[in-house]
Design a protein around this ligand. Structure first.
Ligand SMILES: *Cc1c(COP(=O)(O)O)cnc(C)c1O
Length: 434
């Protein structure tokens, strides 16, 4: 299989280059020249498989022998090493709980897969010495990526986060790890963190002395495992003997990697009636669906911090997959909610349905309620565990939210951070030192 850039259809690279580079040299995103259509018989027989077996089978079809079978098998089995239950709520809607991994956000899935694939390539390139992973974060990406690469020989991870804008539990998930993970507190905004990383990638001097890569959803390898869990939702409905004919997925959207993954699953043959994209007040994609105009804006902070993106990076992949604005509108219904609406939804669902939604999952769940028609089956993607934002959740519902052991364990650790200004010189000096 070959991959081209969304900015230039003439480029043809192999998976290895697409994954190592992350972003194409022309600034575009890598996409496969074609996605295979899964055989009908495979879809019919899928429900006899375990999560890991199904995941490996779909990954093998998708990557089409780009990675040796035994290597891919291990990567997939180590990625999907926790349950992904489909939970039916009191109102008959479903939440696909993607948050039972190490850091309790769905990003564990994409990050674990990418980390293991990069590790495989690193072992084939002894001349790299060290691979440096630079990751700007508002919380979830940094912790998922740092934990996925933690302790891997030959890899250094730098997590850049905006001072004062990441909550304590999330910060503890990357700033207490030590070993090969460096937490960098930037005196600036999330957009400043992103821009520091972009400058590092373009800096000739840094590129001549160190091998750098990004682990954000720019990287195609993050999307492959994310596509897989849409199939897993379908299998679970089948096992429950529920109607799978009019399936609607609601996705909390920020950089649109998750939505792009869902569209890929549909392209490969998963019967999805439509997707519902849901943003907070950073509603760049919503505005695109309504007007046909894509207009990035500065990021606004909200109570759903992982949705705070003012320039969704995977937009071009969505357009590449669907082709036109008209087609986007046919496949996707868009919604956008402010903080008050998120709070109302969490309170209402907790009170009436005894289900505790985290603020990210809440936007998807609310939109599903508004968008579903009779006879349709609705699944909201549950992207984070509510305890990740424990204090906020307790304020919203007025009850204690217990911290799972997995998260409590991070809180006990000692915090180590390197503090820098938002100027590039300081960041470059820090990278050159190590
Ligand atoms: C990253 C994230 C999202 C948004 O996913 P995208 O692929 O960037 O659209 C939603 N919810 C949570 C909890 C996240 O961490």
């Amino acid at each position: 299989m070959l991959y081209h850039s969304t900015s230039n259809h003439q480029t043809a690279v192999r998976l290895e280059q697409a994954v190592i580079k992350g972003l194409a040299p022309d600034g575009g995103l890598y996409v496969p020249d074609a996605l295979p259509r899964l055989p009908k018989a495979f879809l019919r027989n899928m429900s006899a498989m375990t999560l890991q077996e199904m995941s490996y089978a779909i990954a093998a079809y998708t990557l089409n022998s780009d990675v040796p079978a035994d290597v891919l098998h291990d990567i997939v089995f180590e990625t999907f090493n926790f349950p992904i239950p489909l939970v039916e709520t009191a109102s008959g809607k479903y939440v696909l709980e993607l948050f039972h991994g190490t850091t309790m956000a769905f990003k564990d899935i994409g990050a674990r897969f990418l980390a293991r694939l990069l590790d495989y390539y690193r072992q084939r390139h002894p001349e790299w010495h060290t691979l440096n992973v630079l990751v700007p974060t508002s919380g979830d990406t940094g912790s998922a990526v740092a934990n996925s690469f933690l302790g891997m020989p030959g890899v250094n991870v730098y997590v850049l986060y905006p001072r004062g804008a990441v909550n304590l539990i999330q910060r503890a998930q990357f700033a207490t790890l030590g070993h090969n993970v460096t937490a960098v507190e930037v005196n600036g905004t999330f957009d400043d963190c992103k821009s520091l990383v972009e400058k590092a990638f373009m800096d000739d001097e840094l590129n001549s002395v160190m091998r750098m890569t990004s682990a954000t959803s720019i990287n195609y390898a993050r999307l492959v495992p994310q596509m897989i869990y849409y199939f897993w939702a379908y299998i679970q409905l089948e096992k429950l003997q529920r109607d799978t004919r009019n399936l609607v997925f609601a996705v909390p959207c920020s950089n649109l990697g998750n939505l792009a993954s869902g569209l890929m699953a549909q392209r490969m043959g998963l019967p999805v009636k439509r997707f519902v994209s849901v943003e907070n007040q950073n509603n760049i994609f919503y505005n695109y669906v309504k007007t046909g105009l894509f207009t990035p804006k500065p990021t606004q902070y909200s109570i759903a911090p992982a949705l705070d993106a003012g320039c969704p990076t995977n937009f071009d992949r969505i357009i590449e997959l669907l082709g036109s604005h008209e087609n986007v509108c046919r496949h996707i219904h868009a919604y956008s909610y402010d903080d008050d609406q998120i709070v109302q939804t969490i309170q209402h669902t907790y009170r009436e349905e005894q289900y505790l939604l985290d603020p990210h999952t809440a936007v998807a769940y609310r939109a599903l309620g508004e968008d579903l028609k009779p006879g349709e089956t609705g699944i909201a993607l549950g992207t984070a565990h509510p305890a990740k934002l424990k204090n906020l959740m307790e304020d919203i519902i007025g009850h204690p939210v217990p911290l799972p052991d997995q998260l409590a364990h991070f809180i006990k650790g000692q915090i180590h951070v390197k503090k820098i200004s938002n100027g590039f010189t300081a960041f470059k000096r820090l990278l050159m030192q190590t």
